[in-house]
Design a protein around this ligand. Structure first.
Ligand code: C2E
Ligand code: MG
Ligand code: MG
Ligand code: MG
Length: 286
């Protein structure tokens, strides 16, 4: 009857909660050993110069080859790694691996024209004392030019931790490293703040791009961000370009760079090199 059904539902709910808790505990301890265990992977997604259609650079995106669960995306473990602190080690690995790979590609004919590699940095990682020194060290070890490196940070990092964070951002930029605000527009940047921020690039979040072809207000909003960026002399990357209509609309409004499945999903290093080859070498030296 209804009573038994209710009880079963409750029990099922309780079992699910229990399972979820165990899974989290298991993930926490597995995460702590993931870097040392060689389980981290990188995927690479090209970033396209919209006016010319050429590959301007790429974003390195982390994956976790979990021994049991298979290949996991960052949405399944980055938040947890922020909680446990393992994000600092993971992020350090990503930085080194991304720069090592990019420095190598720059020496090959197909990759020599690429201008930058974008690396995501979590707030906790950025705030860990010694982060700037680590960047300096990894650049030296990999022989990478600091100007090749674009660090993607969150809007909230730049907003909430002004003093030390801004000093560190300034120090990185003085080295030649550039800074992007990732997922721009999803936070709460005020105009007055924006004009002083120690950053170089705005990445417009995919959620703003999705609907531009069907929603004129959304289109106008993106146009406003693009022109704002131009006023502030910041470069703009539009994320989540899936349709040719997105690409042309964004190019028409003067957005310099684009990234999305229309060009390529994030791929392995072999696939990325293949992509570069199919892109041809007729590249305008911008
Ligand atoms: P993000 O930095 O904004 O990266 C873009 C995300 O959007 C990537 O998801 C990418 O695969 C996805 N994407 C790109 N173009 C398209 C598109 O056209 N359509 C759709 N549906 N998706 C697209 P991914 O790789 O799952 O990464 C998710 C987020 O995880 C990243 O968002 C970033 O915030 C974080 N993340 C990735 N790698 C790292 C890392 O090494 N360290 C840290 N701290 N966070 C990372
Ligand atoms: Mg990013
Ligand atoms: Mg982003
Ligand atoms: Mg995003």
């Amino acid at each position: 009857g209804a009573k038994t059904g209710g009880k079963n539902t409750w029990q099922r709910y309780r079992d699910e909660m229990h399972d979820a808790m165990l899974r989290r505990l298991e993930m926490r301890s597995a995460l702590n050993e993931a870097v040392a265990g060689g389980q981290m992977r990188l995927r690479f997604q090209p970033i396209i110069d919209l006016p010319t259609g050429q590959v301007a650079g790429l974003e390195a995106l982390v994956r976790w080859q979990h021994p049991v669960r298979g290949l996991l995306g960052p949405n399944e473990f980055i938040e947890l790694s922020e909680e446990t602190g393992s994000v600092v080690e993971i992020g350090g690995w990503v930085l080194r691996e991304a720069l090592r790979t990019f420095a190598h590609w720059r020496t090959t004919e197909a990759g020599s024209f690429m201008r930058y590699v974008s690396v995501n940095v979590s707030a906790r990682q950025f705030r860990t004392p010694g982060f700037v020194d680590e960047v300096r060290e990894v650049l030296a070890d990999t022989g990478a030019d600091p100007r090749w490196l674009l660090l993607e940070v969150t809007e909230s990092l730049v907003l909430h931790d002004a003093d030390q964070v801004w000093r560190d951002l300034g120090e990185l930029r003085a080295m030649g490293v550039r800074i992007a605000i990732d997922d721009f527009g999803t936070g709460y940047s005020s105009l007055s703040y924006l004009s002083n921020m120690p950053v170089d690039v705005l990445k417009i979040d995919k959620s703003f791009i999705d609907d531009i072809l069907h929603n004129p207000q959304q289109m106008a909003l993106v146009e406003t961000i693009v022109s704002l960026a131009r006023t502030l002399e910041l470069a703009v990357v539009a994320e989540g370009i899936e349709l040719d209509g997105h690409r042309t609309a964004l190019a028409d409004m003067g957005c310099s760079y684009g990234q999305g499945y229309l060009f390529s999903k994030p791929v392995t290093s072999d696939e990325f090199l293949e992509y570069l080859h199919t892109q041809g070498s007729a590249v305008s030296p911008l």
